[in-house]
Design a protein around this ligand. Sequence first.
Ligand SMILES: Cc1ncc(COP(=O)(O)O)c(C=O)c1O
Length: 395
Amino acid sequence: MKYDFDTPVARENTSSAKYDLRKEIFGRSDVIPLWLADMDFQTPGFIIEALKRRLQHEILGYSFPPDSFYDAIINWNRRRHEWVIKKEWIGFSPGVVPALNLLVMALTKPGDKIIVQPPVYFPFFSAVENHGRILVNNPLYYDQGEYRMDLKQLVLCLDDKVTMIFLCNPHNPTGNVWEKEVLMELANLCAERNIIMVSDEIHSDLIYPRYRHIPLASLSSAIAGHTITCLAPSKTFNLAGLSTSYLVISNPELKKKYDAMLDLVHVGAGNIFGFTALEAAYNEGDEWLEQLMEYIGDNLRFLTDFLREYIPPIKVVKPAATYMVWLDCREMGLGVKELRDFMIHKAGLGLSDGPLFGQGGEGFQRINIACPRATLEKALCRLQDAVKKKVSGIQ
Ligand SMILES: Cc1ncc(COP(=O)(O)O)c(C=O)c1O
């Protein structure tokens, strides 16, 4: 392997939310942090070099996304996802979560209903409720270790107050890559009722072998007409600290409303380091990404085998994408608070607590496996030890 994912990088005292907020989040700063969705791998050298080159010009004044930023996005999506998009469809956002909030403000009104499908990335909930819109849950169903979208149940939720649905594809935290048939059926249900689909596809580059991500808006121009896709290089290339993401909106009316909202709150200018990093990532990042996914795939196998062999009550929900892995801990027989306390205080792990992700999260934990194998192994040994002590009644 050309790139090194094994060497640990010290991240304490670097304003890293994942490391330096442990005390606030977990009540202690000695847990192994496997919660927040960034990676413990170095941001790739070709991105760091591009940033250093930009720094040689020592004026950091106001900026705007250059043509080369749009070209990089267009080429990446064509190359990686066989999705042809146009420059005028691309909008800027300082993050996907800000984009979700801006879209709710721009395209719905107070009292409208917005559908989410829990367990799901929890900022979806606040993006609805913080703006006086009504959250409607259409939970995924879980059957024999697999999650599915409940489209029959969805139909029952669709009254004329529903104006938007948030799709998570790939789905955080369950790791689903939604199949074409499911996306088509969902899109048809929404089209019939004029419901805007906001498709958060931030994890779409992080796909395991044998799976393929299908951008919802690539299915047809009619579907694209009522779809807004949210994307970013931040998860893929470890750039979350640069607050740079983008949207693809082919419907000019929706795009105009989004841009107007972005202007209203004055967050559309972006930052030159974000533009520079995105371009380097998308223009030079293919080989690095192949190797990253190989390494993460090996971590996933390591995790799955370790749990099966040494901690059988905890089961991996097999993901098709992303380094955030959903663990079914229900056989541990612990209540919600007990499970969280067990992970923090007995196992010494900083995981994401299942109930955060809404309905269906009880008894689950989410672990981030984008770390050197040695870190993962250390975390799993701690967990094994804690479970052993629990079983033998020592704790
Ligand atoms: C599905 C999903 N959307 C959005 C984000 C965060 O996006 P941003 O940092 O661009 O706001 C995450 C981060 O974990 C995520 O998992």
